[in-house]
Design a protein around this ligand. Structure first.
Ligand code: HEC
Length: 119
């Protein structure tokens, strides 16, 4: 089973499968993502390495989010799902407490690029 999972990861190049994923997201920029995270006030609910804030625990801390298997406990932690989640969490999981924050798709790509760098 482990070999199968690894094989799938190798074939698809899924970042979430590796220890330290390199996320192939065309045109995404982690520094712009960091700015977008600041602008949108994500730290009101999340503790995020590299972003000053009140150490909130409304949502999960986003350190090592790349190593999580699922986002919101409902969808696989793939770049495409991360982008979908950031744009409109309730569309991914109607029960989630995370609101849609008015994130555009380019912003979501940049934010995902930043989040996937976090140790
Ligand atoms: C009002 C509070 C709130 C705000 C603001 C908020 N989030 Fe969330 N977020 C949550 C909650 C609660 C969860 C857990 C969702 C769940 O499990 O259903 C979550 C989950 C997440 C997840 C999935 C983490 C995981 O391990 O499953 C990511 C990534 C995320 N948020 C990023 C962001 C980003 C980036 C912003 C800013 C654009 C943001 N959040 C703004 C409350 C918030």
């Amino acid at each position: 089973m482990k070999e199968l999972v690894l094989g799938v990861c190798l074939v698809l190049g899924i970042g979430a499968c590796s220890e330290r994923p390199v996320v192939p997201m065309l045109g995404a920029d982690a520094d712009r993502g960091k700015d977008a995270i600041r602008r949108h006030g994500c730290v009101a609910c999340h503790t995020i390495p590299g972003i000053a804030g009140p150490a909130s625990n409304v949502g999960p801390p986003l350190a090592q989010v790349a190593r999580r298997a699922y986002l919101g406990g409902v969808v696989p932690n793939l770049p495409s799902e991360m982008i979908r989640w950031l744009i409109d969490p309730p569309q991914v999981d109607p029960q989630t407490a995370m609101p849609a924050m008015g994130i555009t798709e380019p912003e979501a790509r940049d934010i995902a690029a930043y989040l996937y760098t976090l140790d």
